[in-house]
Design a protein around this ligand. Structure first.
Ligand SMILES: O=C(O)CCC(=O)C(=O)O
Length: 271
């Protein structure tokens, strides 16, 4: 874990001219350097710093194993037999977002990353210092402490849809630090890219009718290519009967985004 964070720090301390060679807004590109958001593509990862690929490769591999173990536990807890989804998990994708948030002299006026939930199944996050915050049921932002040797696990939109709303994807954001530059490694896992994710039949009954439309990864890419994620959540476009309460959440987020500045640099490594 330390090696992976070191590799991220070294990468972000390279001259801008070098990093911008990887810059792109195209969400379909496997490796992108930018200011905001898939083991065959490792040769495309940064070759400088020289240890980057090796350190990140080791980290990504271990996290992938952990994600499979966690998925089994989460699916069992929902009453779904993990072997029913084995293929979707085995053929799933993993994207590593390597984030750098420069220190900000007025952290209360800036946000590192705006509120959002992740589209996939699980996100496993490593943070160098505190900055991640989660939104609770009462709309309060709860800081997630850094636990040495610990990782944060969050459910994404695919799990909310699969569980037919019994589990909710986590709305989170990143704050910035007055003194310290902050790094985070978000390993974003999702089911196989060509599959449609829909509520599991065993979790649909009279009392729990189908509450979400099925969706594929390409639906998600289309959404982020043509929508401002600051203005609305992808999952809200899938809800069959969005309640008034949910609509209120979306507009509150919109307000928050419009009054804050974002300060973040980001590298996406697809695996
Ligand atoms: O930096 C963080 O704590 C959050 C990162 C995140 O939400 C993301 O990369 O999608």
């Amino acid at each position: 874990m330390e090696d992976a964070l070191d590799a991220a720090k070294e990468f972000f301390s390279l001259p801008t001219e070098e990093k911008v060679l990887l810059a792109s807004d195209n969400v379909h590109k496997p490796v992108r350097y930018g200011t905001s958001l898939n083991h065959d593509w490792i040769h495309l990862w940064p070759s400088n710093p020289p240890s980057y690929r090796e350190k990140m490769r080791k980290y990504v591999k271990q996290v992938h194993i952990l994600h499979k173990q966690l998925m089994e536990m989460v699916l069992e807890s929902m009453g779904i037999n993990p072997s029913d989804l084995q293929e979707e998990i085995e053929e799933g994708s993993q994207v590593l977002a390597v984030n750098c948030y420069p220190a900000c002299p007025e952290p209360e006026l800036a946000l590192g990353m705006p509120p959002h939930s992740d589209y996939g199944s699980l996100t496993i996050l490593l943070q160098s210092c505190q900055g991640l915050q989660l939104k609770d049921h009462n709309e309060n932002w709860i800081p997630v402490p850094v636990v040495e040797g610990g990782l944060v696990v969050q459910l994404g939109d695919q799990m909310e849809v699969l569980s037919n709303g019994r589990y909710k994807s986590v709305i989170h954001r990143a704050t910035v630090n007055a003194e310290k530059e902050r790094f985070s490694l978000a390993s974003l896992h999702s089911f196989a890219l060509d599959r449609n994710v829909r509520p599991a039949p065993e979790l649909v009954d009279k009392e729990h009718p189908y509450s979400y439309k099925g969706f594929s990864f390409s639906d998600f890419l289309d959404f982020i290519s043509s929508n401002d994620i600051v203005k609305g959540r992808f999952i809200d476009t899938l809800k069959r009967k969005p309640s008034k309460k949910m609509q209120v959440h979306a507009s509150e987020d919109m307000h928050m985004h419009s009054v804050h500045a974002y300060a973040q640099r980001r590298m996406m490594n697809a695996t």
